[in-house]
Write a protein that binds this ligand. Structure first.
Ligand code: Z5A
Ligand code: MG
Length: 219
């Protein structure tokens, strides 16, 4: 465990992946495990449906409201920006922040709908840069059989396939601009415990804190 008097900041770890691959389950498991080991950790879900912007996003996702594709894309980004200062503050005070989706979902889902990739990338420029993104992968047939798949907008096989292709382009952008260590693909098949152990092995030392400043996304 890290020396509490050290000047290390908390790590920013993001979970990404297609629907029902187990992100929310694994984010909770990781936060619990870090806390059990005496480290401070906080979960940050995106979209954060509790804010005023988040409520508009929630209505859109549940098909209770319609919105222009560009407008909803910008709202997803605005929802991250309204949480950015709190994320930075926590990282600086030594808390590990674990995000359940982030800007990478924003790009992949909107680009899959047909918006230009560069337009999708721009609004999140300069947000806190994740120190590690864990991209969970699971065969579509397994994900589709999990509970509640198909209840919200985007939860169709064709949309998931298009989004998978866009996530591959997002991964290229992250690794070429920020380095190979920033994006790691994780096999999300197996039991919840097996996946959690796999993830624990990948998180490794960064859970003890990070030396150096928080980076800026795409900068
Ligand atoms: N979206 C966007 O367009 N733009 C953006 O900028 C952002 C998001 C941030 C809602 O996201 C939608 O918003 C999403 C992307 C879009 N659209 N789609 N499609 P969300 O994060 O709120 O979605 P969600 O409702 O949380 O679902 P999810 O994230 O897709 O699911 P998950 O978190 O990956 O899976 P889970 O909830 O952990 O697990 C699903 C079920 O499987 C559950 O019953 C678990 O108990 C079970 N499970 C989990 N792991 C296992 C294992 N290993 N074995 C067996 N069963 C398991
Ligand atoms: Mg989830």
């Amino acid at each position: 465990m890290s020396d509490p008097s050290s000047s290390r900041r908390g790590a920013f770890i993001v979970f990404e992946g297609l629907d029902r691959c187990g992100k929310s389950t694994q984010v909770s498991k990781l936060v619990e495990r870090l806390e059990r080991e005496g480290r401070k950790a906080r979960l940050q879900k995106f979209p954060d449906r509790t804010t005023a912007i988040g409520k508009m996003i929630d209505a859109y996702l549940q098909s209770k409201a319609e919105m222009d594709d560009h407008a909803i894309h910008l709202l997803f980004s605005a929802n991250r920006w309204e949480c950015a200062a709190a994320i930075k503050k926590d990282l600086e005070s030594g808390i590990t922040v674990i995000a359940d989706r982030y800007a990478f979902s924003g790009i992949a889902f909107s680009a899959a709908k047909g918006l230009p990739f560069d337009f999708c990338l721009q609004p999140d420029t300069s947000l806190p840069l994740p120190d590690l993104t864990l991209y969970l992968t699971l065969p579509q047939e397994v994900a589709s059989q999990r509970s509640q798949f198909g209840e919200e907008r985007y939860e169709t096989i064709s949309m998931q396939q298009a989004t998978r292709e866009q996530f591959a382009l997002v991964a290229q952008q992250v690794t070429s601009r920020h380095g190979e260590s920033k994006w790691t693909q994780v096999d999300a098949s197996g039991t919840i415990e097996q996946v959690a152990d796999r993830i624990w092995g990948l998180v490794g030392e960064i859970a003890d804190g990070i030396e150096g400043d928080i980076g800026r996304l795409w900068v």
